[in-house]
Design a protein around this ligand. Structure first.
Ligand code: FES
Length: 107
């Protein structure tokens, strides 16, 4: 279990218990944060887009080419930031304790 700090689209921060081994997208979706995860983690929808705080970027595994391609695709619809990630590609572990993210606008 890792406690993740999630700032919603309303600007309000909440703490979320995320289960180890799950995709962060699943924890965000199940907690009704506005993340849909429509494709179930297949990197084909972009509805799991989050902004990871700068302090955490280097602690996460790097983006794959496919993740970057999906982000580039949704970049025509929403603003991308250096911390833009697909939360379906972030696996929850103890190492994420305290991770801070913001929910990106819907695509
Ligand atoms: S859940 Fe569809 S791209 Fe992440």
């Amino acid at each position: 279990m890792a406690v993740v700090r999630v700032t919603g689209r309303d600007g309000v921060e909440r703490r979320l218990d995320a289960t180890n081994g799950c995709a962060l997208m699943e924890a965000l979706r199940d907690a009704n944060t506005g993340i849909d995860g429509t494709c179930g983690g297949m990197m084909s929808c972009g509805t799991c887009h989050v902004y990871v705080d700068a302090d955490w970027l280097a602690k996460l595994p790097p983006k794959s080419e496919d993740e970057q391609m999906m982000l580039d695709a949704i970049g025509e619809l929403v603003e991308l930031e250096p911390g833009s990630r697909l939360s379906c590609q972030i696996q929850v572990s103890e190492a994420l304790e305290g991770l801070s993210i913001r929910i990106a606008p819907p695509v």
